[in-house]
Ligand binder design. Structure first.
Ligand code: ATP
Length: 739
């Protein structure tokens, strides 16, 4: 004996069950009997409903409302219909950790549905999943509705295949496959998206890469520039500092020299001045004066000589008169001189000159008269004395004369000397002035060299500033560097100039590279690269998961295929057995058709019928199932030639054989035996018993043989109030109740 799974069903406000009604299932085969229209099929509908049926048609209604107790004069209508089934879960039929599992569904008048698992509201999906795990639900072959026994015969090969797959418990794999296919499709979309993102990113990344390469080149150039610039600046600074110090010393030296020369010049000028015109003029005046005095002295000595001569003559003659003393020529000369001076005065117009001449005349007269009176000696003695005195005077005058002549000589000597000194001073001055010029030109040279150095210093500072702008703080390296060898030597200047030109060239190159703030570009490049690498990794991940999904799908397909093939084999064995039993021979067999493509029509139907089901929309090849039937003693084969009863028998054989191979926990058969004659009813009852060993059965029937196979019987009746009522009955009563 296998386990019992279905414990009870409770119908509350569901269709004709206006009052809460519970059916407890205590045996493997339960039979529900009762008169037409009492509500037996409503119980089967209740099963469908609670197991998640979405098709109203299969529950014989149009809207959700039709499922709710509609009310009768005796009992008012209700607002909700609820059906609850209790499963014995001690064998973990359902994947839930409970001993009993209650599945409940409620529908309200507004069409709202509610699903509860052990009293907790869940989604329809959850219910369907849970039941599918226990081989319950799906295409619904385990609830065979009234008059629908041959549904499996009427179904299309594709629908039939689905029913068989369902019966074989392949639905779970199908769901998994569909799920995997959906995931694969999603993954495929993500792969496409990732690829297109990478494609979009590629040109930008390339652009950035080129930029960054340029930036790196520029950075290398900048590093080189820093090295070169530091050496250049260190040398330049050393040179400028040295030159500046040297030139400052030179300037000082030349300044001092010039000062000294200026002093010498002014001294030489003084010397020249003292030896010059002023001094000579003074000497010349003196000479003039002495010359005048000398000629005076000579005149005096001549006169004295003459008077002395006369006096000596008179002394010889012993007689001396004035007439003798004053010679006539002397008087004449006196008169002539006077007359000449008067004539000169007469020619003059200037009164002052005339007056001057008159003065001269008076002086002349006075001198003549004095000469007459004073010079008239009285006696010889007197004359002798006179001679003596005159001789003495003459000597004095002559001494005076000699002294003056000597003085004159000295003065003339001095003039010559002064002239000589003047020439010497002039020469010295000229020499000094030329020295000054030389010194000045030297100083000028030093100053212009200093100006040049100042210019170099300015250029140097400018270069430092430019360097900061180009390479930043790295430019200060030169400050710490030792003075490079040769930096202080003149011959380094050529090399230094070469360095400078190279630095200029480098600067131009850096400027031409045209990259200023490269940091932002580098950052963006790194980010973009990271993004690209992320996408590449993502792609690898996605492709590997796509591969995995593909593998899973392939594996599932293999499993489904293998189980299906294996299942069909087993079903066919059972089918042949049941068929032969029912028909007393003959053959029946399920055959897998040649694969064909699903039509668009079929796809559409599948979509509109099963809104919430997991039907795949695959367009793949689909091999349907056909049934080959050969009745005993009849020549024609195929389903089309079967009578109603024969169709029912064939269906029953097929359904039962399917149930045998993968027995569902329970099976509900609603008057599946309606079309059978008595003999077949008995065979049917035997089959029910056989089937009951594998699945729990709930059989709705009017057939006594069938009733007899059941362990317990429920009678359903409907009174005047229109409410279905339930009563437990014995077999003996059953037939009465059923009528
Ligand atoms: P048969 O033996 O002829 O197949 P049955 O016992 O299977 O009959 P059901 O089809 O289960 O009968 O019951 C039909 C009855 O249920 C009808 O009388 C119908 O009026 C009643 N019924 C169906 N839906 C409702 C509803 N929503 N409210 C009240 N009664 C309803």
């Amino acid at each position: 004996m296998t386990a019992m799974y279905l414990k009870s069903i409770e119908l509350a406000g569901f269709k004709s069950f206006g009052k809460k009604t519970t059916l407890e299932f205590g045996t493997r085969i339960s039979s529900i009997v009762g008169p037409n229209g009492s509500g037996k099929s409503n119980v089967a509908d209740g099963f469908r409903f609670v197991l998640g049926e979405q098709s109203m048609k299969s529950m014989r209604g149009k809207r959700g409302e039709d499922l709710i107790w509609g009310g009768s004069p005796a009992l008012p209508r209700m607002n909700r219909a609820g059906v609850k089934v209790v499963f014995d879960n001690s064998k973990r039929l359902l994947d839930l950790d409970f001993k009993d599992v209650t599945v409940e569904r409620v529908v309200y008048r507004d069409g709202q549905n509610e699903y509860l698992l052990n009293g907790t509201v869940v989604r329809l999906k959850d219910v369907i999943r849970l039941l599918a795990g226990a081989n319950i639900g799906g295409s619904g072959y385990q609830i065979i509705s009234q008059g629908e026994a041959d549904r499996i015969l009427n179904a299309s090969p594709r629908e039939r295949r689905e029913m068989v797959e369902d019966a074989l418990g392949l639905k779970l794999y199908q769901h998994k496959k569909v799920e995997s296919e959906r995931k694969l499709e999603e993954t495929g979309m993500n792969i496409d998206k990732t690829k297109s993102l990478r494609r979009e990113l590629a040109p930008h990344l390339n652009f950035l890469r080129v930029q960054v390469e340029k930036i790196e080149k520029a950075r290398e150039m900048k590093d080189e520039l820093a090295v070169r610039l530091n050496e250049y600046l260190a040398r330049e600074n050393a040179w400028i500092t040295q030159e500046d110090a040297r030139l400052r010393d030179d300037e000082k030296t030349h300044d001092a020299e010039l000062k000294k020369l200026a002093e010498s010049v002014s001294h030489a000028r003084a010397v020249r001045a003292s030896a010059g015109q002023g001094a000579t003029a003074d000497l010349k005046t003196k000479i003039g004066d002495r010359e005048g005095k000398l000629s005076e002295a000579r005149r005096e000595s001549e006169q004295i000589t003459r008077e002395l001569g006369r006096a000596e003559g008179a002394l010889e003659a012993n007689t001396v008169t004035v007439e003798q003393i004053v010679p006539v020529p002397h008087v004449r000369q006196f008169a002539r001189a006077l007359s000449e001076t008067i004539a000169e005065a007469e020619r003059e117009n200037d009164i002052s000159i005339i007056k001057n001449r008159l003065g001269q005349i008076r002086e002349r007269i006075k001198a003549f008269v004095e000469g007459l009176s004073g010079a008239a000696p009285e006696t010889n003695e007197e004359v002798r004395q006179q001679v003596e005195a005159l001789a003495k005077s003459l000597e004095r005058v002559r001494t005076q004369e000699a002294a003056l002549a000597g003085e004159l000589e000295t003065l003339r000597q001095r003039i010559a000397e002064a002239r000589e000194a003047g020439f010497t001073a002039e020469r010295d001055l000229m020499e000094l002035e030329s020295s000054v010029r030389v010194a000045q030109s030297k100083l000028g040279g030093v100053r212009s060299a200093r100006a040049n150095i100042a210019g170099l210093r300015q250029r140097f500072e400018e270069e430092v500033r430019e360097g900061i702008a180009l390479i930043g703080a790295a430019v200060h390296g030169w400050e710490k560097a030792d003075i490079p060898a040769g930096a202080l030597l003149e011959e380094d200047r050529h090399a230094q100039e070469k360095r400078r030109r190279e630095i200029e060239r480098l600067k131009i190159k850096i400027e031409e590279s045209g990259i200023g703030g490269g940091d932002a570009v580098v950052k963006e490049f790194n980010q973009t690269k990271e993004r690209e690498e992320f996408l590449a990794r993502e792609l690898v991940d996605l492709e590997s998961s796509a591969q995995k999904l593909q593998d899973i799908i392939t594996e599932l397909e293999k499993t489904i295929d293998a189980r299906f093939t294996e299942g069909i084999k087993h079903i066919n064995v059972a089918l042949q057995n049941f068929f032969a039993k029912l028909f007393g021979g003959g053959h029946a067999k399920l055959e897998v058709e040649e694969p064909r493509r699903k039509t668009a029509r079929e796809n559409l139907d599948a979509e509109s019928e099963d809104e919430e089901d997991f039907v795949s929309e695959e367009e793949g090849l689909y091999a349907g199932l056909s049934i080959d039937v050969a009745l005993p003693r009849k020549k024609i084969r195929g389903l089309d030639v079967l009578s109603g009863g024969e169709r029912a028998l064939t269906s029953i054989a097929l359904i039962f054989s399917m149930s045998q191979v993968n027995p569902p926990p329970f099976l509900i058969l609603d008057e599946t035996d309606a079309a059978l004659d008595e003999a077949n009813s008995r065979r049917y009852a035997d089959m029910i018993r056989e089937l009951g060993n594998k699945s729990q059965l709930i059989v709705i029937t009017h057939n006594r043989a069938t009733m007899a196979a059941a362990g317990e019987l429920y009678g359903v009746t409907m009174g005047q109030d229109g409410v279905s009522k339930l009563l437990s009955v014995k077999l003996e009563e059953a037939e009465r109740v059923a009528k």
